[in-house]
Design a protein around this ligand. Structure first.
Ligand code: ADP
Length: 891
């Protein structure tokens, strides 16, 4: 609904009869404009006859009607009868009301007509035709003009007409009334309220300029209607406005309604202001807090958050940083203090400062006067054998004792796994009364692993050395650089170069970790390194270290180590003692021979641990039966009875009440001692994995020979298999071989072919051994990469055996590099190789002559049971072949 400002006609000439348009639950007030669409036959007829067909612009009456859900059918009044409430009731013809029909309501329903309406003039009329039905429709824009009273309602065709009488005053009456002082007062009041409303609206919308004009131009009695029509008010209020015929009543009603509207706008405004106020309150709070923080910082004051900072600062102060580093740390702390915890970089800065505070800048283990005798005892007590190694360690310690800041070389223990490298280093730490920290370098390819990442990187952290020092929290630990041979270099830098700096006493005083970004003094750290092999260690690094080799152990040594060290330790680790579990020597020997085949003792220790676990289960089971059958029952029975009488749950109480430390140990002592026998061994460890017959079985056909090689696991027995098949004379090599070993195979084949006649390998007239044949040589354990020259002699033997179709002696293993001319050159790792042969039960070994001196390292017990043959320099490989005693059958 809207209203019109211009051309507002003054009191019109109202005809005595008007066509009536029912207006459902709404009221058209004078001055208001409505737009309606007429589709029902009655309203179409009304518009057509009363407006459309009239030459002059006609008038119609708009009469409010009310829904009557509650009225009983039949209680209607005939049209034309007025009542006091101002409403008439009528049972209308079926199509009287558009809306009624459209709503699908029962047409028999009662219609309450209001007996006052407003005469309206059409400002605009448009006629249309609904396509499918061909029905005519009208759109009418009506302007309310003046109130009327319905004298009588009657039907004209399908629509109603009413006899009406004018309610609004005539011009003369108006002029008369306007002089009434009460009215003047009322109208002033109304205008003031209306003005107030306008100014409030103006603030909000800035588009109410038109309304102001209204206030000045339109007579006040009209204004009242216009204002009220412009807001949403209830139907009842609209009706009462329509009914306010008297000017004073109308004005006071309108003032009330305008005022109410004004109030509701103000309340809404207040609410929004309140919400906005709350928002800005939190913003204000944030600002104030910021300022408070700044003020506190100025004053050097702390609050809860800063307590944390103060704690950090205290920790940093007590860390004993050198002055320049302390300055750097303080700078960083100041930066951190200015940051919000949510700020990016806050946590990284904090973690960095924590590291600075936690690093042992000054703190070291107290160094006692080193007692060499105790140190020796300690080493002896922890390790069996290794006489030379222990001797070297004592020398090292002695030098340190005499000259604590001596720049002695870094000890590097080299040997297969499980030979005690790590435990020796930790014994050194114990002997020196220092803490021990192990830094694993295996697989480290990135320099940043050692030196750390710069703090600009996301997720950066210190290198392993600084991290290790933070862990031990002292600056003079024994630091084990484990598996130093396993570092490699790639695009991310060379860890070895960082290690060089670490190990160089000149440089490690100011070791620079990228993350730490300030130098750290590593000179008090005692470095010890371990490696499986010497070759992969970069020469520059090797230069700074003294290599101490720890070859593998002989079975006898292993037995001693097991009995003296491993078994007691394993029992202890499993909460057992020799009173509960005994592993006889014979059983340990079986484990060594049949269940492990290694240079060190790590697997042996594992197998012993497996036995201890199995025994622990048995002892624990025994313990339970003893406990429950004897003591528990008696002790708890009275308690149980009492509980049962009370109907309580009792099971959970039984064990805790009766089992205490004393009773457990009683139960243990009453349990029988468990002695491991072969049956238990098989049950726990499964069937034996190795036996002495393996070599004999594998060398059952010609073309197979036994070599001795050296791997990072110590010496190994390596079989070489050669076979021939129809082909074009090609050589196929398999078994993950490196270039050197492949070349050895070529050399071996060439040599054998060249000496075919001498070796009586080709029948008379046969020129080539490879005529129509391919040779395939395979090194079993195909998954393990192999390389090195020491398989030369083994390859030759295997080929000769193949071509001569004579089997190699199964009890003979060999090692040695060969040349194309047939010379046998010395190789490394003789002790390990001989030990490996011994482990395999091989009784004869063939070695290059120049390796003879290395036999001094081999324990005599091993050599006693072994036949060692030497291939002389100058003599050729035939000697090896002869020694291999091809076709010699052994039992
Ligand atoms: P590595 O570092 O050489 O690989 P470890 O030092 O870890 O080997 O030794 C493996 C286990 O063998 C350790 O429990 C160690 O105490 C034990 N061990 C090795 N050699 C000896 C030995 N000679 N005497 C006593 N125990 C030894």
């Amino acid at each position: 609904m809207s209203f019109r400002v211009e051309g507002m006609a003054e009191p019109v000439d109202l005809p005595s009869r008007l066509g009536i348009l029912p207006f459902r639950n709404k009221v058209l007030l004078p001055g208001a404009i409505i737009r309606i669409r007429c589709t029902s036959p009655s309203s179409v007829m009304l518009v057509e006859q009363e407006l459309w067909q009239k030459e002059e612009k006609g008038l119609i009456g708009v009469l409010p009607v009310r829904d009557t859900e509650t009225a009983a059918v039949g209680s209607m009044l005939s049209p034309g009868v007025g009542n006091d409430s101002g409403e008439r009731r009528l049972k209308g013809p079926a199509d009287v009301l558009d809306s009624q029909k459209q709503d699908g309501k029962n047409p028999q329903e009662l219609i309450h007509w209001h007996n006052r309406g407003v005469a309206a003039r059409a400002l605009h009329l448009s006629r249309g035709v609904e396509k499918p039905s061909g029905r005519v429709t009208y759109i009418v824009v009506l302007e309310g003009l003046c109130r009327f009273n319905v004298q009588e309602l009657s039907a004209r065709g399908t629509y109603y007409t009413a006899r009406v009488s004018r309610l609004d005053m005539t011009k003369a009456e108006l002029e008369q009334a306007e002089r009434d002082p009460d009215l003047i007062l009322l109208s002033r009041q109304f205008k003031a309220t209306a003005m107030e409303l306008i100014s409030v609206l103006e603030q909000k919308q800035k588009t109410v300029g038109r309304t102001k004009v209204l206030l000045e131009t339109v007579p006040v009695h009209r204004l009242a209607d216009i204002f009220v029509a412009s807001f949403e008010i209830s139907f009842e209020e609209q009706l009462s406005m329509l009914d306010s015929v008297d000017l004073k009543v109308r004005l006071s009603k309108a003032t009330e309604l305008v005022d109410r509207h004004l109030q509701s706008i103000r309340v809404a405004e207040k609410i929004t202001q309140k919400v906005e106020g709350q928002l800005s309150k939190s913003q204000k709070e944030f600002l104030l807090r910021q300022q408070m923080r700044a003020i506190k910082e100025e004053l050097g004051d702390n609050d809860d958050d800063d307590d944390d900072m103060a704690a950090l600062e205290r920790k940093m102060q007590s860390a004993g940083m050198p002055p320049n580093i302390w300055k750097h740390a303080q700078r960083e702390l100041r930066r951190l203090r200015k940051m919000q915890p949510q700020q990016p970089g806050y946590s990284s800065s904090r973690v960095y400062l924590e590291l600075l505070a936690n690093l042992p800048w000054q703190k070291g283990s107290e160094e006692h006067e080193l007692d060499l005798r105790t140190a020796k005892e300690r080493l002896d007590c922890d390790h069996y054998g290794l006489v030379k190694v222990k001797q070297r360690i004592i020398e090292y310690l002695a030098v340190r004792k005499l000259k604590p800041d001596a720049r002695g070389p870094v000890l590097c223990f080299v040997g297969p796994p499980g030979v005690g490298k790590t435990s020796l280093a930790s014994s050194i730490a114990t002997a020196l009364n220092r803490k021990f920290v192990r830094i694993s370098l295996g697989g480290v390819k990135d320099e940043a692993d050692i030196r750390g990442h710069r703090r600009t990187y996301v997720g950066s952290m210190p290198g392993r050395l600084i991290d290790g020092l933070k862990r031990v929290a002292v600056n003079n630990p024994v630091m084990l650089l484990d598996e130093i041979d396993k570092t490699g270099s790639d695009v991310r830098g060379d860890p070895a170069s960082a290690l060089l700096e670490v190990l160089d006493p000149e440089q490690n005083k100011t070791f620079n970790d990228h993350y730490l970004n300030v130098p750290f003094d590593l000179s008090k750290v005692i470095f010890v390194a371990t490696a499986n092999r010497v070759q992969p260690i970069p020469p520059a690094l090797l230069d700074r270290m003294e290599v101490i080799e720890l070859p593998g152990y002989t079975p006898e040594e292993k037995l001693k180590i097991a009995i003296k060290h491993l078994i007691p330790r394993v029992l202890d680790q499993h909460g057992l003692s020799s009173e509960f579990l005994q592993i006889p020597e014979a059983i340990v020997k079986i484990i060594i021979q049949r269940y492990t085949r290694e240079a060190g003792v790590r697997n042996l220790e594992r197998k012993l641990a497996a036995l201890a676990r199995a025994a622990a289960v048995k002892v624990a089971e025994q313990d339970c039966t003893v406990q429950l059958s004897k003591d528990v029952h008696q002790v708890t029975s009275s308690l149980l009875d009492a509980r049962l009488a009370g109907g309580a749950e009792v099971e959970m109480e039984v064990i805790p009440m009766a089992v205490n430390g004393q009773e457990i140990s009683d139960a243990f002592s009453s349990a029988s001692v468990l002695v491991v026998d072969e049956a238990m061994l098989e049950k726990v460890l499964g069937p034996p994995r190795f036996d002495d017959r393996e070599a004999a079985e594998r060398v059952a056909t010609p073309g197979i020979s036994v070599g001795l090689v050296w791997t990072s696991f110590g010496g190994e027995v390596q079989f070489v298999e050669a076979t021939a098949m129809v082909g074009k004379g090609d050589l196929h090599l398999t078994g993950q071989l490196g270039d050197v070993i492949k070349e050895s195979a070529q050399i071996a084949l060439t040599w054998v072919r060249a000496r075919a006649a001498d070796l009586k390998l080709s029948a008379a007239g046969e020129i080539s051994l490879l005529e129509n044949r391919d040779i395939h040589i395979h090194f079993p354990a195909g998954a393990v990469p192999k390389d090195g020259p020491s398989a030369g002699v083994t390859l030759v033997t295997s080929l000769v055996s193949l071509f001569s179709q004579r089997k190699v002696r199964a009890d003979t293993a060999m090692t040695g590099e060969m040349t194309l001319r047939g010379l046998v050159l010395p190789v490394g790792g003789i002790k390990d190789k001989v030990l490996a042969a011994h482990r395999y039960g091989i009784k004869r070994v063939i070695l290059p002559e120049r390796n003879l001196k290395d036999l001094a390292e081999v324990p005599s017990a091993i050599l006693a049971g072994m036949e060692v043959h030497v291939a002389h320099i100058g003599s050729d490989l035939e000697m090896v072949i002869a020694l291999s005693n091809l076709d010699h059958h052994i039992a």
